[in-house]
Write a protein that binds this ligand. Structure first.
Ligand code: SAH
Ligand code: SF4
Length: 412
């Protein structure tokens, strides 16, 4: 990461950008999950596979890892027994460990995943990964960091300190875990009660980097992971079905288009700098004008490949009709979609969700300006899986708080 976190904190008053507390340390036998072709070739080279065979061996490994999703080297039947044994000695096919699985009444599934800490004697970390089935598609919400660098006032994750960046393997691993748990690899059966959302028979059709963390502050790992996920001879989720959501890390927006080429979502949430400085403190570093300039220049931006602007509806804060009008003026000329997100409350939050009537009026203005303004209905509320509520079990809610949340969801 090339950003000088210390300097940023020093020069911008009131701006808090946390530096990671830990780094990832490879275990004795690292996992091959998430490795690129080039990395697999290096690994095979180290095992003594001659150069002339490496390309073919990489193709085989790639197929078993990312097309078939096998969890043991033994299952790689096209690979020689000797090589399988050597691979087994040096590597694993481990994914992040699932420590809890919750299934919501609406079919949303949330997995709590355990990731190793820097020091083996200390408590491991946890992140969440959420699967949201809808008619015709299944979206997986993936985390990029344990905690977050930033402190957006409406976000539960933002109250957690940044512990560490996820590795590319841990990011790809979340998709592999979801496919494991959903029986989403060729020849597997889905779990009882799960309805395949698509005719093609795949559960995970879309990826959104909207779980814990700010993906553009873990750029390299996110890039490497998404290039593996999008490879059309592997997991093969097309770049048009992968969205990276950012709170506005301007210098890495262009890189996202250039080096990853996926869809971009921007967490805008306010149309004036004074308000956005409060809600999304990163705005003090990269104000609205700079952010929108980066959006206008987003590589590959066309009317068929629009940027999604996310706007969380906060009662009495950013939800007036004049805000709505200012929003459409602000985005004029940018190929955009607007996503109005009802605020998901969490215990201790200082905001409330706008009334439905207000959200509807707001969306009418947006709709009137030619944008389709779908209001993203919160999903999986009974398991706290909705946006901004991803916070690992290290700070688990009490049973009473959970009940209060469920009650809130039901009275809507
Ligand atoms: N850090 C990135 C991605 C993770 S947050 C970002 O900020 O874009 C994913 C989305 O959920 C963002 O648009 C974020 O603003 C929104 N969000 C966070 N907390 C929320 C809450 N309590 N209710 C509704 N949306 C929330
Ligand atoms: Fe971090 Fe995004 Fe939450 Fe802001 S909204 S604190 S950037 S995860």
């Amino acid at each position: 990461m090339s950003i000088d976190l210390q300097a940023a904190t020093a020069v911008i008053p009131g701006f808090v950008e946390k530096a990671p507390l830990e780094r990832y340390v490879d275990p004795d036998r690292p996992s091959l999950v998430g490795e690129s072709r080039a990395e697999l070739a290096i690994a095979l080279g180290e095992l003594g596979v001659p150069q002339s065979q490496r390309k073919m061996r990489v193709q085989q490994l790639w197929h078993w890892l990312y097309v078939r999703g096998v969890t043991s080297f033994d299952a790689m039947t096209s690979v020689s027994k000797e090589l399988r044994a050597v691979l087994e000695q040096r590597f694993t096919l481990a994914r992040p460990k699932v420590v809890a699985e919750q299934i919501s009444v609406d079919g949303t599934r949330k997995w709590l995943l355990r990731l190793p800490g820097e020091n083996p004697n200390e408590r491991p970390h946890e992140v969440e990964c959420v699967y949201i089935p809808e008619t015709g598609r299944g979206t997986l919400c993936v985390s990029s960091q344990v905690g977050c660098t930033l402190t957006c006032t409406f976000c539960h994750t933002g109250t957690q300190r940044l512990v560490r960046n996820l590795t590319a393997g841990e990011i790809v691993g979340q998709i592999m875990v979801a496919r494991d748990r959903l029986g989403d690899w060729p020849g597997q059966c889905p779990p009882e009660g799960a309805i395949v959302p698509t005719d093609g028979g795949r559960f995970v059709t879309n990826i959104v980097m909207m779980g814990m963390g700010e993906p553009l502050y873990n750029f390299e790992a996110v890039r490497d992971a998404l290039l593996v996920v999008a490879d059309n001879e592997g997991i093969a989720i097309s770049k048009r079905k992968i969205t990276v959501s950012t709170s506005g890390v301007v210098p890495n927006i262009e890189r996202t288009g250039e080096e990853i080429g996926v869809m971009l979502a921007v967490s805008l949430h306010a149309v004036r700098n004074d308000l956005r400085d409060e809600l999304v403190p990163l705005n003090r570093k990269y104000p609205i004008e700079a952010l929108l300039e980066a959006c206008r220049n987003y590589p590959g931006l066309t009317n068929a490949k629009r940027i999604t602007f996310e706007y969380v509806m906060l009662k009495g804060v950013n939800d007036s009709l004049s805000d709505a009008k200012a929003l459409v003026r602000l985005l004029a000329g940018i190929p955009a979609k607007i996503n109005l997100i009802p605020f998901n409350p969490w215990p201790g939050a200082i905001h409330e969700c706008s009334d439905w009537e207000t959200i509807e009026k707001f969306s009418e203005v947006v709709f009137g300006a030619g944008y389709s303004a779908p209001v993203r209905t919160p999903r999986g509320r009974d398991i706290l899986a909705a946006c901004g509520q991803l916070k690992s079990a290290t700070e688990k809610l009490s049973a009473r708080e959970r009940m209060a949340l469920r009650a809130m969801a039901m009275t809507e």
